[in-house]
Design a protein around this ligand. Structure first.
Ligand code: KG4
Length: 338
């Protein structure tokens, strides 16, 4: 079964054609990074307009690369939540038009489920159940993936997402947008023990995360240094902060592995591209005797191939959208839109 998939939840306009949830026939990503860089972050209104400008061309290119016409695909899948509402609406409305015009079924896909599904493309042998740490720009979750469309959240952030904390810290250090990537680069060769950061935990909820205290700590450290006229070695600060974020993510993941006795551990989301996290999660998985699955670096960030992968399993589970399908800025991963 071939699915034409669309993604427009943030600052990438993407389209892909995916066969049977695992084989990518084509994938096109038009990134808006250069246009948002001067603002130091994504400007939602600009993001929506840029999606509207490029979605036709991106979709046409994906079909062309797959060597298919719209009438030759079996369904249209689209990210409908969570994300920037105006950005999501562009993809949802365009997908509705394609589905209505071609008579193909429309399949709504949750963005974080799609991030998890990037692993089905990277690892053709991977099947649920497994434990997944989802770390993206807007979300940090520990999820028990019972089946392709059945999810139980074990832990979530109470405030900022890990990616958000990395982006804000990077910005305060004067690094360009998107911060996480540049912070990862800047930290190379830095001393991860040069600065100490708090190890925040949530009382009574050992699998929940909190990153706002860590973020404030790094901002305070920079302000104090500026007031005293001290210079701070960016590589050392970036390495120490990145290590503190990884500590928090891995401590809870270890606790979840212990609690669930999961034999498979999966990483998903934009922050799963982080070099330190990728290295250290391998050590953690080994300690708990779990098989580790990391998404290919090319599939960590937003893309439509992962939407096509999850869209396939949503389709098999009977999930359909009609012309009343709406986008949603927030939506729990467990929700099936019923
Ligand atoms: O999953 P994603 O592409 O977007 C959302 O769906 O939210 O995640 C974007 C996040 C940003 O915070 C970005 O800075 C972060 O992923 N990121 C990284 C790295 N690459 C992307 N963070 C740390 N290290 C990286 N190498």
């Amino acid at each position: 079964m071939r699915i034409l998939a669309l993604e427009s939840s943030c600052d990438e306009t993407a389209a892909a054609v995916v066969e049977d949830g695992r084989r990518v026939l084509s994938g096109v990503v038009a990134t808006q990074i250069e246009r948002h860089k001067i603002f130091g972050g994504v400007v939602p209104e600009i993001a929506s307009r840029l999606h509207a400008e490029s979605i036709c061309a991106v979709t046409g290119e994906a079909l062309e690369k797959a060597g298919l016409a719209l009438c030759e695909v079996d369904a249209v899948a689209v990210t409908y939540a969570p994300g920037l509402i105006g950005a999501l609406l562009v993809g949802v409305n365009y997908a509705k038009g394609l589905a209505l015009g071609s008579g193909k079924p429309l399949v709504p896909v949750h963005h974080l489920r799609a991030h998890i599904a990037a692993n089905y493309i990277t690892h053709p042998d991977l099947e649920p159940p497994f434990l997944c740490l989802v770390v993206s720009g807007g979300n940090t979750l520990l999820v028990q993936v019972e089946d392709y469309t059945v999810f139980h959240v074990l832990g979530r952030t109470r405030d900022d997402a890990a990616g958000e904390a990395l982006d804000k810290a990077a910005r305060a250090m004067g690094l360009p947008y998107p911060g996480g990537v540049h912070l990862d680069e800047a930290a190379k060769g830095g001393d991860a023990h040069a600065f100490s950061f708090p190890h925040p935990s949530v009382e009574g909820a050992p699998l929940d995360f909190s990153f706002s205290g860590l973020k404030t700590a790094v901002l305070n450290r920079l302000h104090n240094a500026a007031q005293k006229g001290e210079t701070i070695e960016t590589a050392d600060l970036a390495a120490s902060f990145q290590s503190a974020v990884a500590d928090a993510l891995l401590r809870n993941t270890g606790a979840a592995l212990q609690r669930t006795r999961a034999k498979k551990l999966v990483l998903a989301g934009g922050v799963s591209a982080n070099s330190v996290l990728r290295e250290r999660v391998g050590i953690l998985a080994k300690r708990y005797g779990a098989q580790l699955y990391l998404p290919a670096l090319s599939l960590c960030g937003d893309n439509a191939a992962m939407v096509g992968a999850q869209g396939y399993y949503e389709y098999l589970a009977g999930r359909r959208g009609d012309m009343s399908l709406n986008a949603a800025a927030t939506m729990p991963i467990e929700e099936n839109g019923r």
